[in-house]
Structures are given as C-alpha cells and as structure tokens.
Design a protein around this ligand. Sequence first.
Ligand SMILES: C[S@@+](CC[C@H](N)C(=O)[O-])C[C@H]1O[C@@H](n2cnc3c(N)ncnc32)[C@H](O)[C@@H]1O
Length: 392
Amino acid sequence: MTYQLHVGPCEVVLKSVPDNSVDAIVTDPPYGISFMGHKWDYQVPTVEQWAECLRVLKPGGHLLAFGGSRTYHRLVVNVEDAGFEIRDMIEWLYGTGFPKSHNLEGEFNGWGTGLKPAHEPIVMARKPFKTTVANNMAQYRTGALNITACRIFTTEELSSGRGALLSHQRDGNEPTSNYHQAPEGRWPANLIHDGSDEAIAIFPANAGAASPVRGTEPSAAGTGNILGMRKRVATHHHGDSGSAARFFYCAKVTPAERDEGMERFISFSASEMTGGRKEGSAGLNDPRAGAGRSSGAKNPHPTVKPIALMKYLCRLITSPGGTVLDPFTGSGSTGRAAIEEGFSFIGIDLDPDNIVTASARIGYSYKQMSAPAAPTCQNSVPPAISRSLNPI
Ligand SMILES: C[S@@+](CC[C@H](N)C(=O)[O-])C[C@H]1O[C@@H](n2cnc3c(N)ncnc32)[C@H](O)[C@@H]1O
C-alpha cells in the first residue's frame, strides 16, 4: 500500500502515468457551477482530461465521478466522448441542503427560482475491454463490481422477488437456479442516502416494494425451493419491509472528520473558507460545502466528501491490493478512503495548498493503517498488571 500526491493540472501530470496501470478512478471533479466563485469550478472536466484518465486505467477499470444536478449531463457526455462506456448512475440523497432561490415579493410572494438540493448523482463508467468479464478479471482484476464487499447487512429474513437480497445473475435471462439468501446482506443498489430524517421519510416501512401482495399468487408447492411463498399475506408487500435500511447510507462530512489528521495546522475562519462571505450568510451553509460552514476549520476545502462514502465507492470497483486514482483530489478524501481500504493511491490537484491538506489527512490514515495492532491484555499481560494499567 503506497500513495503519491502530485501538484498540477491532471491532464499534464497524468502524462507521466503509464498506460493501463490504474485499477479504479474515484473522483469528485469540478461541477462547472463556479462554486462559491472558485475558478477551479468554472468547467466540468474536458474530454481531453477524461481521455488521459481512460488511457491510464486498466481495460475494464471503472470510473465513479460525482456531478452537480445542473451540469451532470455535460459531465456524462464528456466521459462518454472520451471513450468510456456509461454503466450506471448512483444517486446520493441527502436532507441537509439549503435552497438557493431568488424569492419574489408583492403580487408574486411565494414564488421562487430554485428547489432545495437533495441529491448528488455519480456516474459509473467503465473502460471498454475485448474479452469476457471473467477473462478480463483473470488478466487485470478489473471489469466486475465487488458486490460481496458492498452488501448491506440485514438480520431480516428475506424472500424472493424485489427484496434485493437475492444473488442470481441479471444478464437478461430469467434465473435458472433456485434463489439463495445471501448471508452477507442485500445486493448494493444504485442509491445511497444520508440517513437523515428527510431521506428516511422517503422510504416508509412496507412501501418499498413495487406492489402489494395480492394473496392470490401461486402456491409454494408448484415453485420448488423459492423461499418465502408461505408469507404471502394480502396487504403485505413483496420482498422486504421497504425501509431505508435497504440502502447503504452515509451522512455528510462532520467538522471533526474534515480536520482529522490536521491537528498541527491553524484554523481558517468560516468567512475565509467561503471566500469572504459574511458570518451568518446563507453561503456559509451551502449544501455542497457540507457541515461546518458556520464555524472555522483547519481543512479549508469547501467541498469535502465523507470518508465512509468514498470507502464504499472505492471498495465497490477496486480489487484487493489495487490502485485508486483521484485526478481532482482536493483535500484528499478519496485518498484517505483508498488507504483505509488497503488500496494504493495516486492523487492530483491543481492547488499546492490542497495537496498540503491532502498530505496531512492521507498521512493520518496511512499511519493508522500501518500502526502495529495494540496488544491485548489477554494471555500476554497478567491480570494484576492490566488492572494497574486500567484503574477503572
Ligand atoms: C470538488 S473538489 C474535490 C474535493 C474532494 N472531494 C475533497 O473531499 O476534498 C475538486 C478539485 O479539483 C481541483 N481541480 C480542478 N481542476 C483541476 C485540474 N485540471 N487538475 C487537477 N485538479 C483540478 C480543484 O483544485 C479542486 O480541489
């Protein structure tokens, strides 16, 4: 497990990275919305930048890139025009956004110009390859998703149907073998939420399956070993409880997590961090900036992503021991995530100050990961000594 950090435009830095050498790209690039007046956010990444990413990625390697809801289409078109195959879109839902709206008064009181932001789309794309997925995995360890490592744990007993727990291959054919309950949990979905009350309210219990059980479905006897037929009670719902627990969830980054590893740095005020906005102004609470806008922080980057989310995304598309690239590293959240998952990491950012921040944060994770495991008292420390070490 190693990491490298580079300062400079990614399209230039990537020229020194060999062809087909990176396993996965997980990145949060500029959204092209001039976020808080930052010049680096004026444009979504260009076709040329994605073409360099494609070149360094191994055949079958996946790209996961966040986009803004207003500019996502431009992001995806450029990724596709660079030669990637678009595979899916993951949605990260959250309840903490603030509407950015020009509200009218007088006769038009109650009219405004913007909705409350409540999601960030993530494009999932893949570098084309010539052979089968199985052969490509054998040659490069890329091309497939690590479903098992990303299953959503549940203690619920689930049956067949839309419960999303089942693990047959969705290749356009009906499953030929019996359903099996996967003990590791539910199949990961292309939806993630932040666990907030608002997000959870979208998934009222028992409303998750597409249609209620009619009670007239075929009996279990005629359908072999398919599990759960006995539970077909009219008015209940197919598959599972339909709660938000079906999906991976991760809240927006906390102030403590933003600054972890930066204890030796000085704090920036909230106003400095948001490009001179007044204390108490709406911009300090901008949704993309995450938590912490109303107070200062040691990590001044305005768009820090949560580590748990980035870990999940790295794990989904990277084989054990692989290398993750983030060409738009910012304060290094992908790097922290990659290292904490045991992957190697290559990070690039235009701004040297961001690389200093990223270096402190990723170094923190690296030290945590390479620290020898704390000795346990069991077997090695006699009870009398362990009591004196732990007086409580
Ligand atoms: C949205 S931020 C990434 C924030 C990151 N996810 C974090 O948690 O800190 C995007 C970053 O891309 C960088 N950037 C913009 N254009 C770039 C380019 N051509 N090459 C490298 N970095 C670039 C910006 O400096 C900015 O820090």
